[in-house]
Ligand binder design. Structure first.
Ligand SMILES: [Zn+2]
Length: 235
């Protein structure tokens, strides 16, 4: 739960009188949010731009595979981890930033595996992409995505949703700037099945705005684009 001030502006707000929810953001505010590098949308449909700047800092656990996040996100994670510890909850960063070249290696290895099975080049690539995101298409490539776990549940699977760590994150991650990126109810929009362990740094104000709207990042960016283009967004 957000303990600070609620954002003055809303992506989607229910008006006092009965009517369709409306956004209170101006076109310029929407554009500023779209231009915020922390709001970048990275997915199979939105490949990360090659010039996206990534400067990282270590914040992973001893067993982490990828131990860094973008500096601002890493510092936010460390503060969040310390706050959780004060509440008796152990939250660890298990996998963070993956460079595009590392992602390429994962993807190429998987493609080779299918080639070796006798699949055509196109079929091998397509099949590999189902399991491993192509380079630049994983949110981990931008350094703002963190797979979190806790000693009580170290595997990255939906069992994490039953942990104290997950419950703590649902209550508190927003004020440190992290959102649950692939919620169950957004599966059809994100194209990713529910991942309770995958958290995404967007900054505290943006996290509050997104959570308040109830929109996943894909939908939020789509709404912001319409507002930025001068449309009045309702519903
Ligand atoms: Zn992840």
């Amino acid at each position: 739960m957000w303990r600070g001030e609620l954002p003055a502006e809303s992506l989607v707000q229910q008006p006092a009188e009965n009517g369709a929810p409306q956004s209170t953001l101006t076109a310029a505010q929407a554009q500023a949010l779209l231009d915020d590098p922390r709001m970048i949308l990275v997915s199979r449909a939105h490949k990360m731009p090659e010039d996206y700047p990534v400067e990282t800092k270590e914040c992973g656990s001893a067993t982490a595979i990828n131990k860094t996040l973008q500096t601002e996100a890493a510092e936010a994670f460390l503060s969040m981890q310390a706050a959780a510890a004060k509440d008796g909850v152990d939250v660890r960063m298990q996998s963070g930033y993956r460079s595009v070249s590392y992602q390429k290696k994962l993807y190429d290895n998987k493609t080779q595996y299918y080639r070796d099975q006798g699949l055509s080049e196109a079929a091998a690539r397509e099949k590999a992409a189902v399991i491993v995101n192509p380079p630049g298409c994983s949110e981990h490539n931008c350094g703002l995505a963190a797979d979190l776990n806790s000693p009580e549940h170290t595997t990255l699977d939906t069992g994490f949703a039953d942990t104290a760590a997950f419950r703590w994150l649902c209550e508190n991650a927003e004020q440190y700037g992290f959102i649950l990126r692939y919620p169950k109810e957004a599966e059809s929009v994100t194209g990713i099945t529910y991942e309770p362990w995958h958290w995404r740094y967007v900054g505290p104000e943006n996290a509050a705005l997104l959570n308040q709207s109830g929109l996943c990042l894909e939908d939020a960016v789509a709404v912001l684009q319409r507002i930025a283009a001068g449309e009045t967004v309702t519903g």
